[in-house]
Design a protein. Structure first.
Length: 284
């Protein structure tokens, strides 16, 4: 979809015809994007392409036909590059990074085509609109298969693949609404930021590996500390661990201050080991 001109010297008649056809399609995309499909006339397209209307009709049969050519060129560009990425022998996470960078590169370098693609589908006749919808679904599913591959490899979080694809493409495709060439961020910077945002998230504190929320980790730590505190208290009070006596660890005995104080104030001196109380029970 690079810009060409149909008025170049040299080359075969077939080559010149293809160049002129490509230029007419490019100009149509610009006109549709700037003025809207319904407000654009074939006279406008011919004038901006630098050809007569008679010449224009040698290449297109109607404005509707011209709109379909814009869609077809866009779909072909998306599909061919995606296939090249998917067919590479790479881990899924690397494929997804390349897909994101490719989406950004395509959108920013062919902005007029993408503006039409995302905003003028209603101008297509029903049969062509259905073809476009089908092609979009196939494109989404191709990326979804990469996501499923990544989940199986353990390189992508186990999230609903369709939702992840919609989020990825939605973030990239919305560029057609706000991107302006020569703006604050170059396309490469935008792609880097998108990759980082999808892989690392937006939170300033990085979540632990495995995607666990920091609050969840802290809660588990607090729960274990509370359980440990209770167990220390039981040991200090002379209790036995669940399941009966165990060989004590080779370390100094641990006495919880609260229980130690209670023993000092209220309990008599412990009898010799093995003595029994009046009731016949061993003192603990």
């Amino acid at each position: 979809m690079s810009r060409t001109t149909g008025r170049q010297d040299g080359g075969s008649p077939g080559t010149r015809a293809r160049l002129l056809e490509a230029e007419i399609t490019r100009v149509a995309a610009v006109c549709f994007g700037e003025m809207g499909y319904r407000a654009t006339t074939l006279d406008t397209v011919a004038a901006r392409a630098g050809v007569s209307k008679v010449t224009l009709y040698k290449y297109v049969s109607s404005k509707e036909d011209l709109l379909w050519r814009v869609f077809q060129r866009t779909i072909d560009a998306f599909r061919s590059s995606l296939r090249q990425i998917i067919d590479k022998d790479l881990p899924a996470d690397q494929k997804l990074r390349r897909i994101i960078r490719y989406q950004v590169q395509l959108l920013t370098s062919h902005l007029p085509f993408l503006i039409v693609f995302f905003s003028e589908e209603s101008g297509l006749p029903p049969d062509l609109a259905r073809r476009v919808a089908r092609d979009k679904r196939e494109y989404d599913r191709a990326i979804e298969r990469v996501v499923r591959q990544g989940i199986a490899e353990g390189r992508v979080r186990d999230l609903p693949p369709t939702l992840l694809v919609f989020g990825l493409l939605g973030m990239c495709n919305w560029l057609y609404k706000w991107y302006h060439p020569g703006g604050q961020l170059a396309p490469e910077q935008i792609a880097d930021l998108f990759v980082d945002l999808l892989e690392q998230g937006y939170a300033a504190v990085k979540a632990p590996r495995g995607g666990e929320a920091l609050a969840s980790v802290l809660h588990r730590i607090e729960t274990k500390l509370a359980a440990l505190d209770r167990r220390l208290g039981e040991l200090a009070a002379g209790g036995e661990p669940p399941g009966g006596p165990r060989t004590p660890a080779r370390r100094a005995p641990v006495r919880h201050p609260r229980h130690a104080a209670a023993r000092t104030v209220s309990e008599p001196e412990t009898p010799a080991r093995g003595s029994r109380s009046a009731g016949g029970h061993r003192r603990s």
